[in-house]
Ligand binder design. Structure first.
Ligand SMILES: [Zn+2]
Length: 393
């Protein structure tokens, strides 16, 4: 292995892993299928990093981007393309139009491959290198695959991305330009089955879920999403009342929850912001109303980044523990809101614009108040959408 692709070292404070459902403590490992005990019960559940100790402040770090928070992450350094430090801006005129006192939009489309997934991919490929794997395999609806392919290329790893025919030509190009293999299968379930099979291959590292019902993505990678919470606290200040998150299987909403929890532990914020997942048809909403987490929920949407028929335990828990909720939005309203956002200076993917639709719905429902401080996570760049998208002007 050349020095360019040298392995990175684990954070010396990392003591092991812990299951977010049964709280079992486990040795450091990948747990591609989540906690073994919970899986045996038919309740797949993610594990997270467990640390001996964490720093007491972020003030001492002069590093930029995600590296500023290295002490909170499972690796002390990683294969970096400059991820993190995305803007978090107050859109005063939009806030007035919506009727919320303080409204912020965090533009994750500014990351190297154009989405928040880069905060996951940098750590995932680093972990893959550290285990001696030579190939990343992953299922993707677009943004995750584009991000992993880019980071795998930077890491000198081969990469196979399994997609469905719904993949846009924009993502097709972004993935194949890196030299990654692309495999097209009929639907999401077939996608997972193929990744499961490929994951058995020698030196292959599965970066995403392949179980049905699913767990979150590789947990070393998901830890990177805590940095979205850290940046929100540093940019907005200690008072954040609610955060809206476009959600499919909930890596980001869990990462936000875990990040805010660590900010509470060091006294940077006093209380957990309410986390609201934005979904194109009722999935997590049904679970909050009593459906089983492991059920399959049918529905159609043109918002490719937040499609899919499943939820994960981590998403449900992040919402429940934060006192947040779920909001279902309508595709046609989201198309209008993507245009509204752009007219205020924010060019975001449709699934990101769904947070604007969501916040107005939550206001009407009385679940968010007009005197609160609210952050919308625009997960991906507007250039990711096809101009021929449903109803686009
Ligand atoms: Zn467990």
């Amino acid at each position: 292995m050349s020095s360019q692709y040298a392995r990175h070292t684990l954070n010396p404070s990392l003591s092991g892993c812990v299951c977010i459902r049964c709280t079992a403590k486990l040795p450091i490992g990948d747990y591609f299928e989540g906690c073994p005990a919970c899986l045996a019960e038919g309740q797949p559940s993610s594990v997270v990093s467990d640390f001996h100790s964490l720093p007491i402040s972020v003030a001492g770090s002069s590093a930029r981007g995600m590296a500023r928070y290295a002490a909170w992450l499972p690796y002390s350094s990683w294969v970096s393309l400059g991820e993190g430090a995305t803007s978090c801006l107050s859109f005063a005129r939009l806030a007035e139009e919506v009727g919320i006192e303080r409204l912020f939009i965090k533009s994750e489309g500014q990351n190297p491959s154009g989405s928040h997934k880069d905060r996951v991919s940098c750590l995932t490929v680093t972990r893959a290198l550290d285990t001696g794997a030579t190939r990343i395999v992953a299922a993707s609806s677009g943004n995750g695959g584009a991000s992993l392919a880019l980071y795998a290329a930077a890491a000198g790893l081969a990469c196979s991305i399994v997609v469905t025919p719904a993949l846009t030509p924009i993502h097709h190009r972004a993935i194949t330009l890196t030299g990654a293999d692309m495999i097209v299968v009929e639907d999401t379930m077939e996608r997972w089955a193929l990744v499961a099979k490929m994951a058995q291959g020698q030196d292959c590292f599965p970066a995403t879920n392949y179980l049905a019902p699913p767990v979150g993505s590789n947990h070393f990678g998901v830890e990177g999403l805590k940095t979205v919470a850290f940046e929100l606290v540093e940019d907005i200040g200690p008072r954040i009342d609610a955060v809206l998150v476009p959600t499919s299987r909930g890596d980001l909403v869990w990462g936000l929850y875990a990040g805010f929890q660590q900010m509470i532990a060091i006294g940077s914020i006093e209380r957990m912001p309410r986390l609201f997942v934005v979904e194109p048809f009722a999935r997590l909403s049904k679970v909050l109303d009593g459906a089983e987490t492991t059920e399959s929920f049918s529905g159609a949407t043109s918002l490719f980044s937040i499609g899919g028929s499943t939820v994960t335990y981590q998403a449900v828990e992040a919402v429940r523990r934060s006192g947040g909720g779920a909001v279902v939005i309508d595709d046609a309203a989201v198309v209008r809101d993507a245009s509204r956002l752009a007219r205020h200076g924010c060019y975001a993917e449709l699934s990101s614009a769904a947070t604007l639709t969501g916040v107005e719905t939550l206001l009407r429902q009385g679940k968010i108040r007009s005197d609160e401080t609210v952050a919308l996570i625009a997960t991906s760049n507007g250039y990711k959408d096809m101009p021929s998208g449903v109803g686009l002007p």
